[in-house]
Design a protein around this ligand. Sequence first.
Ligand code: GDP
Ligand code: GDP
Length: 435
Amino acid sequence: MAIPTLAIVGRPNVGKSTIFNRIVGTRQAIVEDTPGVTRDRLYGRGEWLSREFAVIDTGGIDMGDEPFMKQITEQAEIAMEEADVILFLVNVENGVTDADENVAQILYRTDKPVILAVNKVDNPERRNDVFDFYSLGFGEPLPLSGTHGIGLGDVLDAVFDKFPDDAGEDEDDSVKFSLIGRPNVGKSSLVNAILGENRVIVSPIEGTTRDAIDTKFNAEDTDFTMIDTAGLRKRGKVWEATEKYSVLRAMRAIDRSDVVLMILNAEEGIREQDKRVAGYAHEAGRAIIIVVNKWDTIEKDNHTMQDFENLVRSEFQYLDYAPIVFVSAKTHQRLDNLPKMILQASENQSRRIQSSVLNEVLNDALTVTPTPTVNGKRLRIYYMTQVAIKPPTFVVFVNDPDLLHFSYQRFLINQLRDTFDFTGTPIHLIARSRQ
Ligand code: GDP
Ligand code: GDP
């Protein structure tokens, strides 16, 4: 689903990451922290008045050792490119600085709405200093205190006021998937090969989003929308080549997808960037298929495939539900399986289980492995119900949610997986105390 995007810009030290963390922190992932995934300021989801939005902290996109002014210029350009609304952050402690003026100069070039907020207004005396920032030319500066959390509601009200009513995307019932992976793993080649094998309904639709080119095709009697981040035309900007920017783009494509094809290069194995992006897809509840490309280049014996699979399983332990397929964009090996796999993952992600059936499974599970006792207190589970799909989300009503530890939660999820086909999709399980 398309959600609006806010980007935070401003020179270093004004409090961008503090504000970003506050926005993203209000909506912590319901799943436990994903091991091996470094969380950093860059891209996340927030929620305000029950509406979701995406947030980019442009300060998280560092360009290595480029000069300071150049970095903030590029960060502002990325904000203008990616966001629906820009939050221009300044710091009340220093008054208007040259660097603030430099950011303002760049932002004058955009048609997008810019909200100016003055951070570190920690006490009422500071409020008078806020008016100095009118001189930046973005209307009324809104006071904010990131550390105390004061003023953020008013800022988000102003932001939502400027968000487009609808992010401009047609919602249809096609299965949406994206190909995600580092440069050179073969994404473009796979895109072309997949389209070559299937009947294309609408070829590249540009302009639906800024991030990607969508192509619709039909296979398995199903309409698919392929979100292609690789084939994006290059604008010749320096930052387009940076790793952080490509991670940002991947995360944005994941947000629009039902199913994510995580492309690995058989020749190179798994890198840190792969883990971050896969972790994001997992936490966002997307269905995932791990696609090992360039399988033609590997010299194989009887164990090669099993060895590679073991490697993938140990590096991505939390993706134990994701099928792995070994393909070649060059020889088209196994590519004709992909649409069916994507469709199955998508169906599993939308699977609904009746409460009566769920509770039979729960009762069996409780008999096989009784609930644990934690610090002398026994966990009791009364009832289970499914509250959402995409991903399938279950609530268990218990005597005390703190008693449901990871291992028993894991056990219950595995019982669900053993009974129903949830291949390819993460499952969320939430404990609530019964009133
Ligand atoms: P960034 O470089 O723009 O991302 O800034 P940071 O979020 O890293 O903040 C820079 C410093 O300012 C940190 O030491 C923060 O704790 C501090 N800071 C952030 N917001 C506030 C605020 O509202 N009031 C005060 N007094 N300090 C803040
Ligand atoms: P992208 O950057 O992820 O879009 O990767 P490309 O599709 O541009 O592919 C990078 C390079 O790998 C190109 O030279 C491709 O011809 C090559 N390549 C892609 N897929 C395969 C494959 O399955 N086998 C082999 N041998 N080469 C491949």
